[in-house]
Write a protein that binds this ligand. Structure first.
Ligand SMILES: [Zn+2]
Length: 248
Protein backbone atom coordinates (compact mmCIF):
# COMPACT_ATOMS: atom_id res chain seq x y z
CA UNK A 1 0.00 0.00 0.00
CA UNK A 2 2.80 2.38 0.90
CA UNK A 3 4.34 2.14 -2.55
CA UNK A 4 1.03 2.95 -4.28
CA UNK A 5 0.65 6.15 -2.29
CA UNK A 6 4.36 6.97 -1.87
CA UNK A 7 4.27 10.22 -3.79
CA UNK A 8 1.33 11.76 -1.97
CA UNK A 9 2.64 10.39 1.34
CA UNK A 10 5.85 12.36 0.75
CA UNK A 11 3.91 15.61 1.15
CA UNK A 12 4.43 17.26 4.53
CA UNK A 13 0.65 17.60 4.79
CA UNK A 14 0.28 13.82 4.59
CA UNK A 15 0.94 11.00 7.04
CA UNK A 16 0.15 7.28 7.28
CA UNK A 17 -2.69 8.22 9.61
CA UNK A 18 -4.17 10.53 7.00
CA UNK A 19 -3.80 7.83 4.36
CA UNK A 20 -5.70 5.51 6.71
CA UNK A 21 -8.34 8.21 7.07
CA UNK A 22 -8.76 8.23 3.31
CA UNK A 23 -9.03 4.45 3.31
CA UNK A 24 -11.83 4.70 5.85
CA UNK A 25 -13.63 7.49 3.98
CA UNK A 26 -16.48 7.21 1.56
CA UNK A 27 -17.77 9.45 -1.18
CA UNK A 28 -20.86 9.13 -3.32
CA UNK A 29 -20.74 10.54 -6.83
CA UNK A 30 -23.89 11.10 -8.82
CA UNK A 31 -22.99 11.16 -12.49
CA UNK A 32 -20.21 9.34 -14.26
CA UNK A 33 -20.09 11.65 -17.27
CA UNK A 34 -17.60 14.36 -18.10
CA UNK A 35 -17.14 15.64 -14.55
CA UNK A 36 -17.13 12.16 -13.03
CA UNK A 37 -14.69 10.84 -15.60
CA UNK A 38 -12.28 13.57 -14.53
CA UNK A 39 -12.84 13.38 -10.78
CA UNK A 40 -13.31 9.70 -10.04
CA UNK A 41 -9.96 8.28 -11.22
CA UNK A 42 -8.06 10.70 -8.98
CA UNK A 43 -10.29 9.95 -6.00
CA UNK A 44 -9.85 6.21 -6.51
CA UNK A 45 -6.14 6.56 -7.16
CA UNK A 46 -5.65 8.55 -3.98
CA UNK A 47 -7.07 5.67 -1.97
CA UNK A 48 -10.51 6.80 -0.85
CA UNK A 49 -11.65 3.47 0.52
CA UNK A 50 -15.29 3.49 -0.49
CA UNK A 51 -16.59 5.06 -3.69
CA UNK A 52 -20.21 4.84 -4.74
CA UNK A 53 -20.98 5.70 -8.38
CA UNK A 54 -24.55 6.34 -9.49
CA UNK A 55 -25.51 6.72 -13.14
CA UNK A 56 -28.27 5.20 -15.23
CA UNK A 57 -26.94 6.57 -18.49
CA UNK A 58 -25.29 4.58 -21.24
CA UNK A 59 -22.18 5.36 -23.21
CA UNK A 60 -22.75 7.19 -26.47
CA UNK A 61 -20.03 7.80 -29.03
CA UNK A 62 -20.60 11.55 -28.63
CA UNK A 63 -19.58 11.26 -24.96
CA UNK A 64 -16.08 10.01 -25.62
CA UNK A 65 -14.35 13.32 -26.27
CA UNK A 66 -14.82 14.19 -22.60
CA UNK A 67 -15.68 10.94 -20.78
CA UNK A 68 -12.31 9.28 -20.88
CA UNK A 69 -13.13 6.35 -18.62
CA UNK A 70 -14.94 4.74 -21.55
CA UNK A 71 -13.91 3.21 -24.86
CA UNK A 72 -15.46 3.11 -28.29
CA UNK A 73 -16.29 -0.60 -27.99
CA UNK A 74 -18.29 0.09 -24.81
CA UNK A 75 -20.99 2.08 -26.59
CA UNK A 76 -24.44 1.36 -25.18
CA UNK A 77 -23.24 -0.01 -21.83
CA UNK A 78 -24.11 1.46 -18.45
CA UNK A 79 -21.70 4.12 -17.27
CA UNK A 80 -21.83 3.33 -13.54
CA UNK A 81 -20.89 -0.31 -14.13
CA UNK A 82 -18.14 0.59 -16.59
CA UNK A 83 -16.79 3.29 -14.29
CA UNK A 84 -16.77 0.79 -11.42
CA UNK A 85 -14.68 -1.66 -13.44
CA UNK A 86 -12.31 1.11 -14.58
CA UNK A 87 -11.78 2.40 -11.04
CA UNK A 88 -11.36 -1.07 -9.55
CA UNK A 89 -8.65 -1.81 -12.11
CA UNK A 90 -6.99 1.48 -11.28
CA UNK A 91 -6.98 0.67 -7.57
CA UNK A 92 -7.86 -2.88 -6.47
CA UNK A 93 -7.36 -1.94 -2.81
CA UNK A 94 -10.57 0.10 -2.49
CA UNK A 95 -14.27 -0.74 -2.50
CA UNK A 96 -16.37 0.44 -5.42
CA UNK A 97 -20.15 0.29 -5.38
CA UNK A 98 -22.09 0.94 -8.56
CA UNK A 99 -25.74 1.84 -8.87
CA UNK A 100 -27.43 1.76 -12.29
CA UNK A 101 -30.36 3.96 -11.30
CA UNK A 102 -31.74 7.42 -11.82
CA UNK A 103 -31.76 9.50 -8.65
CA UNK A 104 -35.36 10.46 -7.93
CA UNK A 105 -37.31 12.18 -5.21
CA UNK A 106 -38.43 8.76 -4.04
CA UNK A 107 -35.06 7.03 -3.83
CA UNK A 108 -32.40 9.73 -3.26
CA UNK A 109 -32.36 9.83 0.54
CA UNK A 110 -32.72 6.06 0.84
CA UNK A 111 -29.83 5.29 -1.51
CA UNK A 112 -27.59 7.89 0.06
CA UNK A 113 -28.40 6.98 3.68
CA UNK A 114 -27.74 3.31 2.92
CA UNK A 115 -24.14 4.16 2.04
CA UNK A 116 -23.85 7.10 4.45
CA UNK A 117 -20.94 8.78 2.63
CA UNK A 118 -18.73 11.47 4.14
CA UNK A 119 -19.36 13.66 1.10
CA UNK A 120 -21.90 13.76 -1.72
CA UNK A 121 -20.47 14.82 -5.07
CA UNK A 122 -22.70 16.11 -7.80
CA UNK A 123 -21.46 15.43 -11.30
CA UNK A 124 -24.90 15.50 -12.87
CA UNK A 125 -25.86 17.64 -15.83
CA UNK A 126 -29.25 18.85 -14.62
CA UNK A 127 -30.70 21.05 -11.91
CA UNK A 128 -33.28 18.49 -10.84
CA UNK A 129 -30.59 16.06 -9.69
CA UNK A 130 -28.64 18.84 -8.00
CA UNK A 131 -31.76 19.91 -6.14
CA UNK A 132 -32.56 16.34 -5.07
CA UNK A 133 -29.02 15.92 -3.78
CA UNK A 134 -29.38 19.21 -1.93
CA UNK A 135 -32.50 17.88 -0.21
CA UNK A 136 -30.66 14.71 0.78
CA UNK A 137 -27.65 16.69 1.99
CA UNK A 138 -29.87 18.74 4.30
CA UNK A 139 -31.86 15.75 5.53
CA UNK A 140 -28.85 13.52 6.16
CA UNK A 141 -26.38 16.23 7.27
CA UNK A 142 -23.81 15.34 4.62
CA UNK A 143 -21.83 18.06 2.79
CA UNK A 144 -22.60 18.42 -0.92
CA UNK A 145 -20.02 19.46 -3.50
CA UNK A 146 -21.73 20.58 -6.69
CA UNK A 147 -19.96 21.05 -10.01
CA UNK A 148 -21.35 22.32 -13.27
CA UNK A 149 -20.10 23.56 -16.61
CA UNK A 150 -21.39 25.61 -19.46
CA UNK A 151 -19.52 26.19 -22.71
CA UNK A 152 -16.59 28.11 -21.22
CA UNK A 153 -17.39 28.50 -17.56
CA UNK A 154 -17.30 26.14 -14.63
CA UNK A 155 -18.62 26.37 -11.10
CA UNK A 156 -17.80 24.39 -8.01
CA UNK A 157 -19.73 24.98 -4.78
CA UNK A 158 -19.64 23.34 -1.36
CA UNK A 159 -22.95 23.36 0.48
CA UNK A 160 -23.83 22.45 4.06
CA UNK A 161 -27.35 23.78 4.33
CA UNK A 162 -28.08 21.78 7.47
CA UNK A 163 -25.82 24.18 9.41
CA UNK A 164 -27.45 27.35 10.75
CA UNK A 165 -24.85 29.63 9.16
CA UNK A 166 -24.28 27.83 5.87
CA UNK A 167 -26.33 28.11 2.68
CA UNK A 168 -27.77 25.24 0.73
CA UNK A 169 -27.70 24.98 -3.06
CA UNK A 170 -31.23 26.36 -3.30
CA UNK A 171 -30.33 29.44 -1.22
CA UNK A 172 -28.06 30.37 -4.13
CA UNK A 173 -30.17 28.97 -6.97
CA UNK A 174 -33.77 29.40 -5.77
CA UNK A 175 -35.32 29.32 -9.23
CA UNK A 176 -34.48 26.20 -11.14
CA UNK A 177 -34.72 26.46 -14.92
CA UNK A 178 -36.85 24.13 -16.94
CA UNK A 179 -34.90 20.93 -17.30
CA UNK A 180 -34.12 19.82 -20.79
CA UNK A 181 -32.70 16.52 -21.90
CA UNK A 182 -31.25 18.08 -25.00
CA UNK A 183 -27.48 18.50 -24.90
CA UNK A 184 -26.04 21.78 -23.73
CA UNK A 185 -23.76 23.71 -26.07
CA UNK A 186 -20.38 22.04 -26.03
CA UNK A 187 -18.35 21.69 -23.96
CA UNK A 188 -14.80 21.01 -24.93
CA UNK A 189 -13.71 17.87 -23.13
CA UNK A 190 -10.99 19.80 -21.36
CA UNK A 191 -13.58 22.13 -19.78
CA UNK A 192 -15.23 19.18 -18.04
CA UNK A 193 -11.84 17.82 -17.04
CA UNK A 194 -10.65 21.07 -15.44
CA UNK A 195 -13.79 21.51 -13.36
CA UNK A 196 -14.02 17.82 -12.45
CA UNK A 197 -10.47 17.76 -11.18
CA UNK A 198 -11.03 20.91 -9.11
CA UNK A 199 -14.04 19.15 -7.57
CA UNK A 200 -11.85 16.11 -6.85
CA UNK A 201 -9.10 18.31 -5.40
CA UNK A 202 -11.50 20.02 -2.99
CA UNK A 203 -12.85 16.59 -2.02
CA UNK A 204 -9.41 15.19 -1.28
CA UNK A 205 -8.31 18.24 0.70
CA UNK A 206 -11.49 18.14 2.78
CA UNK A 207 -11.06 14.46 3.59
CA UNK A 208 -7.38 14.98 4.44
CA UNK A 209 -7.97 18.11 6.52
CA UNK A 210 -5.58 20.00 4.26
CA UNK A 211 -6.10 23.69 4.88
CA UNK A 212 -8.63 25.10 2.46
CA UNK A 213 -9.54 28.04 4.64
CA UNK A 214 -10.01 30.34 1.67
CA UNK A 215 -12.37 27.85 0.10
CA UNK A 216 -14.24 27.43 3.36
CA UNK A 217 -14.80 31.15 3.61
CA UNK A 218 -15.58 31.42 -0.10
CA UNK A 219 -17.12 28.06 -0.90
CA UNK A 220 -18.32 28.98 -4.38
CA UNK A 221 -15.74 29.13 -7.14
CA UNK A 222 -16.33 30.26 -10.71
CA UNK A 223 -13.71 29.53 -13.35
CA UNK A 224 -13.66 31.40 -16.66
CA UNK A 225 -12.20 28.87 -19.06
CA UNK A 226 -11.10 31.46 -21.59
CA UNK A 227 -9.47 34.11 -19.42
CA UNK A 228 -8.55 31.68 -16.63
CA UNK A 229 -9.90 34.11 -14.10
CA UNK A 230 -10.98 32.30 -10.96
CA UNK A 231 -13.49 34.08 -8.72
CA UNK A 232 -14.36 33.02 -5.21
CA UNK A 233 -17.57 33.94 -3.47
CA UNK A 234 -18.72 33.91 0.11
CA UNK A 235 -22.28 32.70 0.19
CA UNK A 236 -25.03 33.78 2.55
CA UNK A 237 -27.76 31.59 3.83
CA UNK A 238 -31.21 32.76 2.79
CA UNK A 239 -33.13 33.03 6.06
CA UNK A 240 -36.34 32.38 4.13
CA UNK A 241 -35.07 29.47 2.05
CA UNK A 242 -37.87 26.89 2.05
CA UNK A 243 -35.36 24.07 1.74
CA UNK A 244 -32.94 24.66 4.60
CA UNK A 245 -33.98 27.57 6.80
CA UNK A 246 -35.98 25.52 9.30
CA UNK A 247 -34.07 22.26 9.04
CA UNK A 248 -31.07 22.62 11.29
ZN1 LIG B 1 -31.26 27.01 1.59
Amino acid sequence: MTERYARQLSLPEMSPEKQDKLANSSILMVGAGGLGSAALPYLAGAGIGNIIVIDCDHVDISNLHRQTMYRTDQEGRNKALLAGAFLQNLNPDINIYTIDQQITEQNAAKIISTHNPDLILDGSDNFTSKSLLNDASIELHIPLIVASITAFEGQIGSFEGYKPDRPCYRCIFPDLPEVSNSPVVGPLGTSAAIIGTIQAHITLCRLLDIDLSHNEEHPFTRVDLRTFNISHYALRKDPNCPYCSKKH
